[in-house]
Design a protein around this ligand. Structure first.
Ligand code: C5P
Length: 211
């Protein structure tokens, strides 16, 4: 991929979405939210009544669905058979099932391919769980944003979302295919006591150092 990739990984509610979005805006790069892509597929399965634990049926569903990724207003978009799933991405059913969908190797293969395709056309700030470890292991720009469990629970509560982040983190960290790990060469930032601007500043400083 000929373009710059800044990978931002971390657990649920670590603050990485706000950070990635703000950093992308500052650099005028495209912001790619890969969690939204896993959520979109989850919504599709739930909506079609396909059990998320049935790898074969999920794979078949994806095979017969047109999955189109694009960019609009500097952000990644996804359409499933021309339908924009955005309004459903934080539904309780999606929160509850997304980690199960994300364990399926066929789903990961498809979405990883789509994620890599963004970097053929754009410089990107890409946020997720396995961006630095599996999707773009060769990028020199890897960050892992973490926060204490208390702060993360508080952040979700403030957003008014029903989301068992501890359960998701457990599944995400222990799955066999591309689990949530800290890439060996990632720069770890604890955002517990930092503002979004504070974290963005730290990343920006680090990027300047690297040149
Ligand atoms: O980032 P977000 O919390 O929206 O991600 C939702 C879920 O999608 C995660 O809990 C994880 O199961 C899955 N995911 C993933 N790999 C990524 C991004 C998200 O497995 N790169």
């Amino acid at each position: 991929h000929p373009h710059i990739v800044i990978a931002i990984d971390g657990p649920a509610a670590s603050g990485k979405s706000s950070v990635a979005r703000a950093l992308a805006r500052k650099l005028r790069y495209v912001y790619v939210n890969t969690g939204a892509m896993y959520r979109a597929v989850t919504w599709l399965a739930v909506d079609k009544g396909v059990p998320v634990v049935d790898a074969g049926r999920v794979q078949q569903l994806l095979h017969f669905t047109k999955v189109e990724c694009g960019v609009e207003d500097g952000q990644s978009t996804i359409l499933l058979d021309d339908v924009d799933p955005t309004p459903h991405l934080v539904d309780e059913a999606v929160n509850a099932n997304v980690s199960a969908i994300a364990t399926l190797p066929d789903v990961r293969r498809l979405l990883t391919e789509k994620q890599r395709a963004f970097a053929y056309d754009y410089d990107v700030v890409m946020e997720g769980r396995d961006i630095g470890s599996a999707v773009f292991p060769e990028t020199p720009y890897k960050f892992y944003v973490d926060a204490s469990p208390e702060i993360r629970a508080l952040r979700r509560a403030r957003q008014g979302l029903q989301d068992s982040i501890a359960a998701r983190d457990k599944v995400d960290s222990s799955r066999r295919t591309s689990p949530l790990v800290i890439a060996e060469d990632a720069h770890v930032i604890d955002s517990s006591n930092l503002t979004v601007e504070g974290v963005v500043g730290e990343i920006f400083g680090r990027l300047k150092q690297k040149g």
